[in-house]
Design a protein around this ligand. Sequence first.
Ligand code: ASP
Length: 359
Amino acid sequence: MFHRGAPIRFGVRALLVLVAAGMLGGLASAQDETEAVASPRWAIAVHGGAGKWSREMPADQREAVERSLREALAAGQKILAAGGSALDAVETVVAMLEDDPQFNAGRGAVFTHAGTHELDAAIMDGATLRTGAVAGVTTVKNPVRAARLVMERSTHVLLVGAGADEFAVMNGCERVGQAYFFTSRRFRELEEVRAAAGLAPLGTPAYGLPDEQPGETQPVPEGAGGTVGCVALDADGRLAAATSTGGLTGKLPGRVGDAPICGAGTFADGRCAVSCTGQGEQFIRHGIARRVAWLVVERGLAVDEAARQCLEEVLQPGDGGLIAVDRAGRISMRATTVAMPRGAADSSGRFETAIWFDE
Ligand code: ASP
């Protein structure tokens, strides 16, 4: 419904601009033209989770996080520069970060309270409002690929638990054992959370300690790297968003966060694409991803101002962050935490990554 309404609203706005241009001797139309020329043809942004990472992080670990972001961003950039779709770009970028044990998505996912992994992911195509998501999957190597399959090969938008795992594998997703997701750092974090809650240590994950720990073959920094997400605008003007996460350390088995909930942690329409990270319950309560897009479309706010309002005026300090891109290629990357590994690139030559906000 929304995507059908948008051109009408745009038409009204364009009419007003024309009237204003006539009244102001062409000034408004000249400004519009400048904006149109300056707009990038395509744009992409990525995040690796909002959080409170210490500035004491060793330089090599910091470099490892930024290298991963740069590689993922470059893969998305390549797709978009070649005329590929925003949907392919966001899926590829998120799947790469799922394979990277530094991030809390796919390999490297956090543990539930019970010492298991339950993964959530979503993808959304802004041009059609088609969307797909999986929640609580336990054996899917790349949950974002399963989410896309839900979108393209089912009539549903969200599959959960065993049914989602089965659907994913039946549709060609790679299946892995739970030990694939293991990292000792994440297990330590679970034991700390349990201890803080006065609970006895588990000693080992529910599936035992894996003999081989392929997720540990590269240094996994303490603290850094969380949920992953990507938003993109392609050269055909289509927007897309994707988010993938292991959720929150020590979550109750069965808990579902905001990432797979359309409009909470992930959303895209014809005007704006958004991927969120942080305290999922808060993002669900306030429908943050959808709210950012609503502020852009209905209130005419710039995407960065819409993001700021949601993070600073709707959510509580420290709740998290988000990335968003509008159909003019303007990118917002904000959080109310001290850090959010992130990156942005566009057709004008922009290519940047950062972790903290005060650097
Ligand atoms: N938003 C995710 C969740 O609540 C977690 C995160 O982004 O760190 O599941």
